[in-house]
Ligand binder design. Structure first.
Ligand code: SAM
Length: 270
């Protein structure tokens, strides 16, 4: 496995990945915005639109880092559930909008039983995520767990949806992570992965500026060199689709976004 300019063994990769995210945790969100010119926000929104969670959805977000997917999920189900409940209440009980707003002040009331479990291997990333959650006022429907995608600390058949955004290329054994995703999903559950992919466009050369930006903003060339290498080495859309099928998922599809800079893969446990 290549790690920046070094070649490291499989055993060493986990430790190196840990060091990278430990060292970038505090600047992770700023770097994401700088490197993608904010487009990562749109990609993450698209992941939620593809998921279309319903009130009551139990989501597991693996490699959830600083909570970007989890917060989007909570906002999405809240907006959807509140809107529906309010319309029903107004129609059935003829309440005023003020009375309805008072009734739905409690965050827990407005999630319709939905819950997101954020699982990440790095406690520094989780720490920043928890700080962001309290700053954004998210308390209900959210839990943080330290855990490895290759050996998830959950029972079988537990979640409706499994997401992993910009996480799977960091995992040492991708096949094991995919098998674990399959194990923890309920029958009928959905796997969704947002990841850098194969670009059919010269724009790819812009990735070469990532380590330079990393050095300037975070003082951390090596971490961002790793990022470039890990993107370059990740399987293309079709190959990754086959890996997902090999783990037992069905109806596997993918959608390339922004000229294939990223792709969203989807599969079902049927
Ligand atoms: N999902 C977040 C996002 O989209 O902004 C964070 C993505 S960040 C690039 C990658 C995350 O994967 C890091 O938080 C890192 O700690 C986590 N990670 C790496 N290897 C992992 C593993 N084996 N199991 C769980 N998380 C892992």
């Amino acid at each position: 496995t290549h790690f920046g300019f070094e070649t490291v063994s499989e055993e060493e990769k986990g430790g190196k990945v840990y060091q990278v995210f430990e060292s970038v945790a505090k600047k992770y969100d700023v770097m994401n915005d700088m490197m993608s010119l904010g487009i990562h926000r749109v990609w993450k929104d698209l992941l939620l639109w593809k998921m279309r969670p319903f009130p009551g959805t139990q989501l597991l977000d693996v490699a959830g880092g600083t909570g970007d997917i989890a917060f989007r999920f909570l906002n999405y189900v809240q907006a959807q559930y509140r809107g529906k409940q309010k319309r029903q209440l107004r129609a059935q009980q003829n309440l005023s909008w003020e009375e309805i707003a008072r009734k739905y002040q409690d965050e827990e009331d407005s999630l319709g039983g939905s819950h997101v479990m954020v699982c990440d291997i790095n406690k520094e990333m989780l720490k920043i995520g928890k700080q962001k959650a309290s700053a954004q006022g998210h308390k209900a429907g959210l839990a943080w767990v330290l855990g490895d995608a290759e050996e998830l600390p959950f029972d079988d058949d537990k979640f409706d949806v499994y997401t992993i955004a910009f996480g799977i290329r960091n995992v040492t054994h991708i096949d094991r992570a995919l098998q674990e995703a399959h194990r923890v999903l309920k029958p009928g559950g959905r796997f969704l992965c947002l990841e850098f992919s194969q670009v059919n466009n010269p724009i790819v050369s812009s990735f070469q500026v990532i380590p330079v930006l990393g050095e300037v903003i975070a003082g951390d060339w090596k971490s961002y060199q790793y990022l470039v290498e890990s993107i370059r080495r990740f399987p293309c859309q079709e190959e990754f689709k086959e890996m997902i099928e090999d783990a037992g998922f069905q109806k596997v599809t993918y959608e390339s976004l922004t000229s294939g800079i990223v792709a969203i893969h989807s599969g079902f446990k049927l």
